[in-house]
Design a protein around this ligand. Structure first.
Ligand code: GRG
Length: 339
């Protein structure tokens, strides 16, 4: 128990100034999975998240500004959705992964912001009448409801292209090696394309019209539509923190498991939570007869699947000892979240 307390306390010190940090885990025996999970339970994730989200919000606000009157409308539309106050899980995971390998928040931030721009673009496009046709997002009217379909499409496109520009520019300014910047941008591009968000969304649309969608098909959709962006969030953070190729692979496995678990949790919440709690329309999957994990596995089966994926995910980051505690705590939050 004393050892678990030491781990929990030193995990909390990850948000403290470097001078207050405890000695690193390498000075002691490696922590077991059970010890890390217990330390992650005791970790003050709320304070950690609040601190990181404050920095992310500041960086997001600075990332897109209107510099000429002609761009007033498009910039307003981009900022409307980008600054609408989502959970910011992806950028916080990029920073946490970077710090797990000894990197800094400043090094990770341009890529973290780029990923939140891509995520926001995908939400704007996903809500359009031609896609999910939703009028509520992050507790506010969706982008196309406020700005019209035409401007919403273009705001999404502009957020996507600005994400690559921001990753390149911002990372150069904080001194990231050019080859790491190119690799981050390459991974971002892959995560959005045919074997990423866009491909996952097309398969999702195809399956909407289909009876008898299998668990394998559902998992393919969410591996690409949801998990790929979480994968690039953690993997690029790791790269920016100086991780080796084998470390990046383990981070990808962690994030892929958590990405699927994220969607399983989302499907469970669609059945169990209210629209007020979610900030988006609840019960939509049932109304549209969409194939979901609870539909294929039952509610208890879906809960067990989320737990299985969480356990598998944390196995991949146990080798990093107490430095992995923030990522383990975030993974637990994703699986157990209420909104
Ligand atoms: C236009 C190239 C191109 C791609 C977009 C529309 C689309 C293709 C893909 C849809 C991707 C999508 C919306 C996946 C769902 C992911 C998901 C579970 C979103 C909710 O994420 P949260 O809960 O939201 O992190 P907040 O609001 O907290 O950020």
């Amino acid at each position: 128990m004393a050892r678990i307390l030491t781990l929990a306390v030193s995990a909390a010190a990850l948000v403290a100034p470097p001078t207050q940090r405890r000695r690193p885990i390498t000075a002691r025996a490696a922590a077991s999975k059970a010890e890390l999970v217990e330390a992650a339970d005791a970790f003050d994730l709320a304070t950690y998240f609040k601190t990181k989200v404050m920095s992310v919000e500041k960086a997001l606000d600075a990332s897109i500004q209107c510099t000429t009157p002609e761009t007033k409308k498009i910039v307003e539309s981009m900022r409307y959705s980008l600054l609408a106050g989502g959970k910011r899980v992806r950028p916080v995971m990029t920073i946490a992964a970077c710090e797990m390998f000894g990197g800094t928040e400043a090094t990770a931030m341009p890529t973290a912001v780029a990923i939140e721009m891509i995520h926001t673009m995908s939400l704007i496009h996903d809500d359009l009448p031609a896609m999910d046709d939703d009028d509520l997002r992050r507790g506010s009217p969706t982008n196309h409801v406020v700005f019209g379909d035409d401007v919403a499409i273009l705001a999404g496109d502009a957020l996507l292209s600005t994400s690559f520009e921001h990753c390149a520019d911002g990372s150069t300014k904080v001194g990231v090696e050019p080859k790491i910047i190119v690799e981050c941008i390459r991974r971002l591009g892959e995560a959005v394309g045919a074997v990423g968000l866009a491909g996952g969304q097309v398969m999702d649309l195809e399956c909407e019209a289909k009876q008898g969608v299998t668990l394998d098909e559902l998992t393919w959709i969410h591996t690409h539509k949801t998990a790929k962006l979480l994968e690039v969030s953690v993997a690029s953070g790791a790269l920016l923190g100086g991780a080796s190729a084998s470390d990046v692979k383990l981070c990808e496995t962690f994030a892929n498991d958590i990405g699927i678990a994220f969607q399983v949790a989302d499907d469970i919440l669609d059945v169990t939570a209210t629209s007020e709690a979610l900030g988006k329309t609840a019960g939509k999957d049932e109304d549209t007869d969409k194939t979901t994990y609870p539909k294929l596995m039952g509610l208890d089966g879906a809960r067990a699947e989320a737990e299985r994926l969480y356990q598998e995910a944390i196995d991949s980051v146990v080798p990093y000892g107490e430095k992995a505690i923030p990522l383990i705590a975030i993974a637990k939050y994703i699986v157990e979240r209420k909104s």
